[in-house]
Design a protein around this ligand. Structure first.
Ligand SMILES: NC(=O)c1ccc[n+]([C@@H]2O[C@H](COP(=O)([O-])OP(=O)(O)OC[C@H]3O[C@@H](n4cnc5c(N)ncnc54)[C@H](O)[C@@H]3O)[C@@H](O)[C@H]2O)c1
Length: 395
């Protein structure tokens, strides 16, 4: 990590008083998520998965591990991780789930918990989440309720999971009423973000994951946004140095926010930039491949900046930089870029937005921005204003 960016990443740490981003001897970046008794390390770099068993053993002590993964990830990455655990006598078993958002259900959670119990995981043992955000959310949820809570380690395999979902301890499944409405806060004990695993990720998934890194820049770190603009080509070529740096900065930023507001009573809400609109769009699309989570968030972030500009908070230049950066990464920025030729109307989106977890006393909490890197939460924008804005955006 170059000196400027390392210093920038560490700023979050200084503000949080504890989190840090630095290089370890092994060439990977180390980010500390500082949560008193629940603190943990995030390692970011190449070559971590083959060493997972040894890294876990060294940091968390001897424990049996149950690997939770999905069929896509299992095809390329399970054998190596399982062999490492097996060689050290630590493998309790592997559970391979069906890939996709539909897996975040009560039925799959129940099946997973039964399988983990059948592996006779004890209180001191570990769940190892090997997969994207879906597997991380599910495995974390299962770990949080198994025998009233056991430890888990995240080995994220998508860019989205490496920059965002593997850190911060939010676990969830979806309900018929909306996304992530059932879940717990349960921090992992260690996160190993191995950038080598991203080589097998389909390009569309890589782009969708990139949104969460750009989101962090757009909400809290204008210098990081400049850096992303300058390094987009290297990042999308998956050049190791650029990729590790981008992930470590986003993780350090998120870690600092989580350290200040673990259970999202204030500042952590800012990480939902673009998500209130985005979740409504995902729900409308039926959580299908028609619109990936990151794609929905890309449209949602653009809407949030456009609304911020309309309400006089953000300058037009910031809106344009956000829109053109996302578009140049091949991401949708407008509802009408969702494939097909029918789109949700404003009332449908508003109804779906009302299920947002940030709704208080029926009033939407919106994350808006006073420019790049200057997001804020507000309850002062009425439903009629949002409806009118959406109607004009879709119309
Ligand atoms: N807990 C949090 O803080 C948090 C934050 C953001 C998002 N999320 C959740 O994360 C989920 C989205 O995560 P995601 O985008 O990682 O989706 P995902 O887990 O469904 O993975 C996307 C697809 O890529 C495949 N895949 C994963 N790793 C691969 C690899 N290395 N090579 C080839 N294929 C691979 C998966 O099988 C899947 O088909 C959503 O459910 C969202 O709600 C959670």
């Amino acid at each position: 990590m170059n000196e400027n960016r390392q210093a920038k990443a560490a700023q979050g740490e200084i503000a949080a008083n504890e989190s840090s981003a630095s290089e370890t001897g092994g060439g990977e970046a180390l980010v500390r998520v500082a949560l008193a008794g629940r603190s943990y390390d995030v390692l970011v770099g190449p070559g971590l998965a083959p060493r997972a068993a040894a890294l876990i053993d060294k940091r968390l002590g001897p424990a049996r591990c149950a690997i939770v993964t999905d069929a896509n990830v299992a095809a390329t990455h399970l054998a190596g991780v399982a062999a490492g655990l097996e060689a050290m006598g630590r493998l309790a078993g592997s559970k391979i789930l069906v890939p996709g958002e539909s897996g975040k259900s009560f039925a799959v959670l129940a099946e997973l918990c039964e399988s983990l119990l059948a592996m006779q995981l004890e209180r001191g043992d570990l769940v190892l989440a090997l997969g994207g955000g879906v597997i991380g959310d599910l495995a974390g949820f299962a770990a949080s309720i198994l025998r009233r809570g056991i430890r888990y380690v995240q080995l994220p395999t998508t860019l989205l999971a490496q920059v965002d979902s593997s850190v911060g301890g939010k676990t969830a499944i979806n309900a018929s009423h909306g996304k992530n409405l059932l879940g717990t806060f349960h921090q992992p004990s260690l996160v190993l973000a191995d950038i080598d695993l991203l080589a097998t990720l389909p390009p569309r998934q890589f782009r969708a994951g990139y949104v969460e890194a750009a989101k962090y820049a757009m909400l809290a770190d204008a210098a990081y946004f400049d850096w992303l603009e300058a390094n987009r080509t290297s990042l999308f070529r998956q050049e190791p140095a650029a990729l590790s740096e981008a992930i470590a900065i986003a993780v350090a930023g998120k870690a600092a926010i989580v350290a200040r507001d673990e259970t999202e009573t204030g500042e952590r809400m800012l990480l939902n930039l673009g998500h209130t609109f985005g979740h409504a769009l995902e729900a409308w699309a039926g959580y299908s491949d028609k619109l990936l989570h990151g794609e929905a968030v890309a449209i949602g972030i653009t809407l949030a900046f456009e609304l911020s500009h309309e309400l006089g908070f953000s300058d037009a230049m910031s809106v344009e930089r956000v829109r053109s950066h996302l578009a140049s990464a091949g991401l949708p920025t407008h509802i009408k870029q969702i494939p097909g030729n029918d789109w949700p109307d404003a009332d449908t989106l508003l109804r779906l937005m009302a299920q947002d977890k940030k709704v208080r006393a029926g009033q939407l909490t919106l994350i808006l921005a006073r420019g790049i890197g200057k997001a804020f939460a507000t309850r002062d924008v009425g439903a009629a204003t949002v409806r009118d804005f959406l109607e004009r955006r879709i119309g």
